[in-house]
Design a protein around this ligand. Structure first.
Ligand SMILES: Cc1ncc(COP(=O)(O)O)c(C=O)c1O
Length: 325
């Protein structure tokens, strides 16, 4: 019997989940672990340019791994023909703008698509594909997984709980971004200690309350506004930036002038660095190191109205003018 009456729970509108057909899990890294267990791979190829947490399930399961480079279009430099049946190949849908490329991949079922940066990308039948929710929405954790041919692990998974990981979400509203940051880091760290679990009821409930149409159109609108104004100064190829199809994560702005990240942070525009671990993994003159140091991930999320994007563009303009003096 579900309790009726009494005190209220957090009240949220009831809409529907965006990835209603997927397997709901606790995090992106645990979705990767699910795939690795399901397919019994013995080796996986991962890009130098990715987040170090993808190594957690690989190391946990004792699987061999190798790295590959990406080119200017953020596409793998890799001979897919050389991939053995027991080897997996992990590709990241960078910034959520590589859907077109993913559709052109050879139909090999041992390619895994990491859509952690591409929540709105459609899964392509034929690939195991996972998504992480917390880069896109105010949730503490949560992931979606589509498996090739709908295969499932023969394992009873416990259900996660997330209420204990929500302080940063609440503090950001009550106290502001700076006061919640330590909690964000601490809550983030707790994801590493978990097992594969199904998504918590709380995360699922929050993900059922989101206006996905609005989120996607706001993200696309901001992306395009940045691109109209900054495209000519962006060192990333025009063809790559124009390939955006669905709501991306950020607008990636590559510049060879130093100090932009620090300048924006001084204006309270917080820009994430993708990914600090690449500084250790890559050679000094590598493309991946350049991306890590010089790519500015301009925020485009659903909280940012057009007027705020214009304000950020004005900061960028001032910064460029100052550099020219
Ligand atoms: C590219 C990429 N893949 C996977 C993950 C893992 O997602 P999660 O934090 O939900 O485990 C992250 C972020 O943490 C990421 O940036």
């Amino acid at each position: 019997m579900i309790a009726i009456g009494g005190y209220f729970e957090l009240e949220l509108p009831q809409v529907i989940q965006y990835h209603g057909q997927a397997i709901n899990l606790n995090s992106g890294r645990h979705s990767l672990e699910y795939i690795l267990r399901l397919r019994s791979y013995t080796k996986i190829w991962i890009p130098y340019y990715t987040c170090e947490v993808v190594l957690q399930p690989i190391k946990k399961l004792g699987i061999d791994y190798g790295f590959y480079h990406i080119d200017e279009m953020l596409e793998p430099i890799f001979a897919y023909d050389s991939l053995a049946d027991n080897e997996a190949f992990l590709y990241t849908n960078y910034f959520g703008i590589k859907d077109h490329y993913i559709r052109s991949l050879p139909a090999k079922c041992n390619i895994i698509i990491d859509n952690s940066m591409a929540f709105f990308a459609k899964p392509i039948p034929g690939f195991d594909t996972f998504y992480s929710a917390r880069k896109f929405f105010g949730v503490p954790d949560g992931a979606y997984l589509y498996t090739y041919e709908g295969s499932r692990l023969d394992m009873d998974l416990p259900q996660s709980t997330s209420y204990q990981r929500c302080a940063h979400l609440l503090k950001r509203i009550d106290l502001g971004a700076e006061q919640g940051y330590a909690d964000f880091k601490a809550n983030d760290a707790t994801l590493s200690d978990q097992e594969i679990m199904t998504m918590s009821k709380l995360t699922e409930r929050i993900l059922c309350s989101i206006d996905y149409k609005y989120v996607e159109s706001r993200r696309l609108g901001n992306y395009r506004l940045y691109h109209q104004n900054l495209g000519q100064h962006n060192m990333l190829p025009e063809m790559l930036l124009n390939a955006v199809e669905c709501g991306p994560l950020v607008y990636p702005f590559l510049t060879d002038r130093l100090g932009l990240r620090e300048y924006l942070i001084s204006k309270k525009v917080f820009v994430a660095q993708y990914w600090p671990n690449v500084l250790q993994w890559s050679d000094e003159d590598s493309w991946e190191l350049k991306l890590t140091n010089q790519l500015i991930a301009l925020p485009i999320d659903q909280r940012i109205e057009e007027s705020k994007t214009e304000a950020i563009l004005a900061f960028l303009n001032d910064w460029r003018m100052n550099e020219n003096r």
